[in-house]
Write a protein that binds this ligand. Sequence first.
Ligand SMILES: NC(=O)c1ccc[n+]([C@@H]2O[C@H](COP(=O)([O-])OP(=O)(O)OC[C@H]3O[C@@H](n4cnc5c(N)ncnc54)[C@H](OP(=O)(O)O)[C@@H]3O)[C@@H](O)[C@H]2O)c1
Length: 228
Amino acid sequence: MTLEDQTIIVTGSGRGIGRYIAKRLARDGASIVLTARTEREIEQVYNEITGNGGRAIYIRGDAAREKDVKAVIGEALKKFGRIDALVNNAGIGVRKYLWETGVKEFEDVMDVNVKGVFLYMKHIIPEMRKRGGLIINISSEAGKTGIPTLSAYCASKFAVIGLTEAAAGEVENRTKIVALCPGSVDVGMFKLMFPGEKADLEPEEVAEKVADICNHPEKYNSGQSIVF
Ligand SMILES: NC(=O)c1ccc[n+]([C@@H]2O[C@H](COP(=O)([O-])OP(=O)(O)OC[C@H]3O[C@@H](n4cnc5c(N)ncnc54)[C@H](OP(=O)(O)O)[C@@H]3O)[C@@H](O)[C@H]2O)c1
């Protein structure tokens, strides 16, 4: 099992892409820290992973709240003694014309998709600077190209790439930070926002890509946006 000694936090792992990522990394032997706001969903994923002989813990938390982020990282360290990788996957979307997007809707998207990524990086990088680590920030194709009706979401996903590139330049070589930019994925928010439309990717393909990055970080450059 290639990730046997590793502890990996996957945010937003109660459903959607995050659930696939968590289960895929657990299959390679990683100890998974599951977190999201809905406890019964992360508990369900925990049961699926441990039921298959994997290792995991689940901790309820809001990625946009600093207190929660510190608690998740603290619990992970208490339980496993180390954090090798972080997958910043938690995110929300809104599909509206810019002029119809409410200020609160805009703020909520920024809070989770940008502040959440910032907070997790802010509190985990000092840990990773001690012994190295890997951060995979889930951006999107919408973080590279402006897509009509997704202005707030695009702004947030472009920002994730900015955070990734800037932070990658700040840390030593032992810590690698990349952004993953998938096209549309046939699960979760895509199904809600684009009902009936065909997606570019299956969630298993995104999970496989994340597993490849965790298993072969040497194939990727720090600060890179991995588009696929
Ligand atoms: N689906 C796509 O086509 C697609 C394409 C490219 C990129 N992405 C990105 O992939 C990620 C996952 O998307 P998805 O489609 O799987 O979405 P999803 O099915 O809606 O799942 C989102 C996950 O994030 C969690 N989450 C949301 N707000 C949170 C918060 N404040 N704190 C902690 N967890 C929170 C949700 O749980 P709770 O609500 O219980 O907290 C849930 O577990 C997002 O970053 C998204 O932007 C998606």
